[in-house]
Design a protein around this ligand. Sequence first.
Ligand SMILES: Nc1ncnc2c1ncn2[C@@H]1O[C@H](COP(=O)(O)OP(=O)(O)O)[C@@H](O)[C@H]1O
Ligand SMILES: [Mg+2]
Length: 242
Amino acid sequence: MSALLTVDAVSKRFRGLVAVDRLNFEVPAGGIYAVIGPNGAGKTTLFNMIAGVFAPDSGAISFAGERIDGLPPDRICRRGIGRTFQIVRPFPALSVEDNVIVGALLHRRHVVDARAHAHEVLRRLDLYDKRAQRASSLTLPDRKRLEVARALATDPKLLLLDEVMAGLRPTETDRIVAILKELNRETGLTILLIEHVMRAVMALASRILVLHHGAAIAQGTPGAVVRDPAVIHSYLGAEDVS
Ligand SMILES: Nc1ncnc2c1ncn2[C@@H]1O[C@H](COP(=O)(O)OP(=O)(O)O)[C@@H](O)[C@H]1O
Ligand SMILES: [Mg+2]
């Protein structure tokens, strides 16, 4: 079996509210999968459980064949799951380069090695020329790509992206899409993204999971999911998905 990530009957409640409800899905190594659904559907909660922010109330999460649910975030990151945050949070007073070096130091003891790796990541994310700027001085599209760079610097096998295209113009969205496709193709990086920007989802994902009130209401290829009446009713509505 080649699933890199397996989510098996996972649930999470916050007081009375069921945020994630007996969810099952798998992401194969080398895949690009998307999670979509309305606000409050449980998408970020799912990522938080995969990344170790909270343990599920029930169910199991396995990564590369081993249980990871209940492990703390640093252990999960060390095993090879990198994530971005929906609210971008670089260290604002640090330079772009130092923000990425912080991630690179996870698997490197020496700053010279971490810097070399950070430069490689910054080149991929089109941020190399801005490496000396303070993170706080970057525009939103650059901050979004810095967030991806910080996560990539930790050498993930699986990258979790939480709405990295939100608020971007189509040209900036297309730029991130192209970068992610190239990373996936050239390095075999597996990507799971939460995204509302359907232009990006359709261009990237080979499979889509649709969440609504914490439950999967559909899973399948982009073409099948966007034609699913339950998905159109609960999420897509009249949105243009072309
Ligand atoms: N830490 C938390 N404490 C209490 N409730 C939470 C917490 N995180 C999320 N929720 C609730 O869980 C539900 C799912 O939220 P979330 O996973 O952020 O949805 P999404 O990312 O799909 O918009 C929402 O009703 C939200 O208010
Ligand atoms: Mg969210």
